[in-house]
Design a binder for this molecule. Structure first.
Ligand code: FES
Length: 61
């Protein structure tokens, strides 16, 4: 599902980026361009990042 329409970034891409070490909104903006256009997706992008981080931590535990 698209999180960022401006840059066609999906939740799956964000999950993959977080798994590869992009662990905050700034890193996701740099890596994928998400939330660097109109900005309306920033809050939801952060939520997806938080979910991905929680998933990553649960695998590490
Ligand atoms: S929808 Fe993500 S920057 Fe516009």
């Amino acid at each position: 599902m698209y999180v960022c329409i401006c840059h066609a970034v999906t939740d799956e891409q964000i999950h993959d980026a977080v798994a590869d070490g992009a662990d905050d909104l700034h890193a996701i903006q740099s890596h994928l361009g998400a939330a660097t256009g109109c900005g309306t997706c920033a809050e939801y992008a952060q939520k997806v990042i938080d979910e991905a981080l929680a998933k990553k931590l649960s695998y590490a535990a």
